[in-house]
Design a protein around this ligand. Structure first.
Ligand code: 26V
Length: 813
């Protein structure tokens, strides 16, 4: 490890020479980025080797976090941070005339995820390693990650994300660890020595090749592994090739390799594509095969040893996407290792645990039976058997209650219901915030909760405060450490010690100065990128997240339109200047979400160019919201918009990132907002709108008529009409879909129902902000009470309550 700048400089220059045969002066930014990363990798690799060796020797239980998505963002900065090398490295580079931030910016974001679910997985990896826990990720090495979003004429355009084009410095291909995953074909059962053996024939083999990415713990010797699987094939169609049909010769190869080509850009918005099911089985099967292989190497391959795999291995499934882990582990234990059904079932359910991340009915995964049967014949046979045994147990418990059994069955109405498979096949089911876990227990999975009362629990989400506070907001981190010492970095609940500075005028002005500098940094980005000048003295009011009807960007947009109307009617209207900032992507096939983006951009056009309102409000839609942009945005926000329809947002994690950076939340009583309120108290958050119980009651019993609000509130009527009456400079039917979602679909997400309460809450924000001493106290209290939302807390709850793993201290040699 580097102890001095001199040593670091020397090693860096040496690396440039050995890698590229170049001097510092001749090197490009990319060369420098690659050299720096390679230097860091040398350090990491030594620790990685030690970690792997000691994991093998100590024989402690390990957890594997299976997730279709890991939204890592960039790794250079966070790796340096976790190694404790940020300062020495940045100072050494400065002396060489190099800006570390610029080198970090060379790295492409690893956008292997859609939003909250994928970023949560990335935060958990950081916390696992930082808590010295033996825990690894298993996922897919998508050739193309989350698309790049361009805004053209106000519309979202999707550009493929070719993130691997210059290579990826953090991965190591492990060709010798490849495994085969079998698709299609047919399965016959044959009696061999008194046992029924399943024989899979005529299948299509796809080679799964692992690429390992090291996950570095903060201030610990731990380096865990994120193993991402890539689909390859040795198959080559020689007959076609020798006939001169070159296209046909490669076609088949590419179709097999397509499995890991793209990330589906749908978040909470289902598109039931065959390829997605193929992806799910692909990484689940590869991941489990490699885990069982390693387990056998360490503990032996006797069936009686495999029957106890749950003592050394925990497999966690991130939502239902990897739920095929249940039948696949059954298959491996039975077909390959010779266990009987009961032993295999015992081992499987004790190994697997499951997190639910959404209650949106349309996002609950189900796959057509014939698709599962054709693509994964052996999986289907096992699922059928699980289903039959499960339904028999239900029958024993609820004799004659056909309705209940049909509702709980894993296979029904021609579909395989993945959540039912996941609940049945695991020993723990958790939601991601208290209100969400309660809704699972009382509503969405009430019958499962009755049947398996001890399986259900809550683990409120968290985010890594290292990336989202310490690294993203170094100015704030420094200030915090000056005030309360550095203990908060390892023990984030120590942030609570800041509470006593909340009313301290000197501390308040330092906090304000840090925020101001962060706002200026963002303002510069907006100016450079979009040529819009924003007022850094205005309130930065931010809604950054995926675009979705339930997240209600529409409510925010309609409120802006209303504010604009009021300013036009009364240019003297006394409001604190505000900059409304949006960021977020829409799923490619989600028409309404795309029109919401167009609406926001249309408002931006009209409002930003209307001199008559004196620049009091501005609207900015930031292109291509991703992890790196989030790191720029969160520290600069004054107001955090968390305005989902109560009960719909399982937790939210952006809410936590904003809070850590001192933004005040305007939000509904939804997801983790409720727990944020519990931590900061009502004085430090602005809550409005329907509660989850009220929303659920409307969904169940009706009783809301959008026309009552529309006709009862002239301001509401005006803005709704303005969507379609030619007021906005777009074709008259441009916003029909938004209009209809409100008026024809009876406002499914209660946008208009909550409008008046939201507008009043926004006025409250305005009043609070005018009292700067009060506002800064709120900001400080939000930072102070954000410790609970560090993912270190969440991950230790999983470790103790679900996985049964404990820390392994990695020694240096
Ligand atoms: C679901 C589906 C369903 C069908 C196919 C496409 C697709 C893609 C992604 C998803 C995941 C939806 C679940 C999800 O992302 N939930 C979010 O999880 C966050 C982490 O727990 C949580 O903070 C958010 O509130 C929740 O919406």
């Amino acid at each position: 490890m580097f102890t001095s700048k001199e040593e670091f400089k020397e090693a860096f220059i040496d690396k440039l020479q050995t890698l590229f045969g170049q001097s510092l002066d001749e090197s490009s930014q990319t060369d420098r980025y690659v050299a720096l990363s390679a230097l860091i990798r040398d350090i990491i690799n030594k620790r990685w080797y030690q970690s792997n060796k000691q994991y093998k020797q100590c024989k402690e239980k390990q957890v594997y976090y299976f997730s279709m998505e890991f939204l890592l963002g960039r790794l250079l900065g966070s790796n340096l941070f976790n190694l404790g090398l940020t300062d020495v490295c940045s100072e050494a580079l400065t002396e060489l005339g190099i800006d570390l931030n610029e080198l970090e910016a060379v790295e492409q974001d690893a956008g292997l995820g859609n939003g909250g679910l994928g970023r949560l997985a990335a935060c958990f990896l950081d916390s696992l390693a930082s808590l010295q826990l033996p825990g690894h990720g298993t996922g897919i090495r998508y050739r193309h990650g989350m698309f790049e979003q361009k805004i053209v004429n106000g519309y979202q355009i999707e550009i493929p994300d070719n993130w691997l084009k210059d290579g990826y410095v953090w991965e190591t291909r492990k060709a010798d660890r490849a495994v085969t995953v079998k698709f299609g074909g047919n399965v016959r059962l044959e009696s061999q020595g008194g046992r029924l053996v399943a024989i899979h024939e005529n299948y299509e083999p796809v080679l799964a090749v692992p690429y390992d990415v090291p996950v570095i713990g903060a201030n610990s010797g731990t380096v865990n592994t994120l193993r991402l699987w890539s689909a390859e094939t040795n198959y080559f169609d020689f007959p076609s090739f020798s006939k001169g049909d070159f296209l046909k010769a490669v076609e088949h190869k590419y179709s097999l390799e397509a499995t890991s080509q793209i990330l589906y850009p749908d978040d909470n918005y289902p598109e039931g594509k065959t390829l997605r099911l193929k992806q799910q089985y692909f990484f689940v099967s590869a991941g489990l095969q490699s885990i069982v292989r390693r387990y056998k190497r360490t503990y032996g391959g006797d069936p009686s040893v495999l029957a106890k795999i749950y003592e050394k291995v925990a497999v966690h499934i991130n939502d239902t996407h990897p739920a095929l882990a249940v039948p696949e582990l059954m298959r491996i234990l039975m077909d390959e290792e010779g266990l009987g059904w009961d032993e295999a079932w015992n081992a499987t359910t004790k190994t697997i645990s499951y997190t639910n991340h959404t209650i949106l009915p349309e996002a609950l995964e189900k796959w057509p039976v014939d698709l599962v049967q054709t693509l994964l014949p052996r999986m289907y046979m096992i699922i059928q058997e699980i289903n039959e045994r499960f339904c028999a147990a239900l029958w024993d418990r609820y004799p004659g209650d056909w309705e209940r059994i049909r509702a709980m069955a894993i296979i029904s109405d021609g579909y395989v219901h993945m959540a039912h498979l996941a609940v049945t096949g695991s020993h723990s089911v958790n939601g991601v915030a208290e209100v969400h876990s309660n809704i699972l227990k009382k509503e969405v999975m009430a019958n499962f909760h009755q049947f398996y009362p001890h399986r259900f629990n809550n683990k409120t989400n968290g985010v890594t405060h290292r990336r989202w506070l310490a690294k993203a907001n170094p100015g704030l981190a420094k200030l915090i450490t000056q005030a309360i010492g550095p203990g908060w970095l390892a023990h984030p609940t120590e942030l609570a010690n800041l509470h006593r500075y909340a009313r301290d005028p000197a501390f308040q002005s330092s906090i304000k100065a840090v925020k101001q500098a962060n706002k200026e940094r963002l303002a510069k980005y907006i100016k450079d990128k979009m040529d819009i000048a924003v007022d850094v003295d205005s309130i930065f009011d931010v809604q950054a997240k995926r675009i979705h009807a339930y997240k209600r960007q529409t409510l925010n947009a309609l409120h802006i339109l209303d504010l604009y109307n009021r300013l036009k009617a009364d240019p003297g209207l006394d409001i604190t200047p505000r900059t409304f900032i949006f960021g977020g992507k829409a799923a490619t096939g989600y028409y309404l979400a795309k029109r919401i983006i167009k609406l926001i951009n249309t408002l931006a056009d009209v409002i930003n160019n209307d001199r008559s309102i004196g620049g009091k409000i501005r609207v900015v839609f930031l292109e291509n919201y991703n992890v790196s942009l989030a790191e720029l945005i969160m520290p600069a926000a004054d107001v955090s918009e968390q305005i989902s329809t109560a009960s719909r947002e399982a937790s939210g994690t952006g809410n936590m990132k904003f809070m850590m950076n001192g933004a005040v939340t305007i939000g509904t009583l939804d997801g983790a907002n409720i727990e944020i309120r519990d931590e900061v108290g009502d004085d430090n958050i602005v809550i409005f709108g329907l509660t989850a119980d009220e929303v659920l009651s409307y969904y169940k019993h009706g009783g809301y008529n959008v026309l009552d609000v529309y006709h009862g509130n002239p301001r509401v009527k005006m803005i709704v009409d303005q969507l379609v009456n030619g007021f906005l400079p777009v074709s008259p039917d441009e916003f029909d879909s938004i209009y209809h979602s409100l008026m024809r679909a009876n406002d499914e997400y209660f946008v208009l129902k909550d409008f008046a309460a939201y507008a009043a809450a926004q006025e409250k924000i305005d009043r609070l902000y005018r009292d700067q001493s009060r506002w800064q106290a709120m900001a400080i209290n939000n930072i102070a009470f954000s410790g609970r939302f560090a993912s270190d807390r969440t991950v230790s709850e999983y470790a103790i309550g679900i996985w049964g793993i404990k820390p392994v201290i990695i020694r240096e040699s």
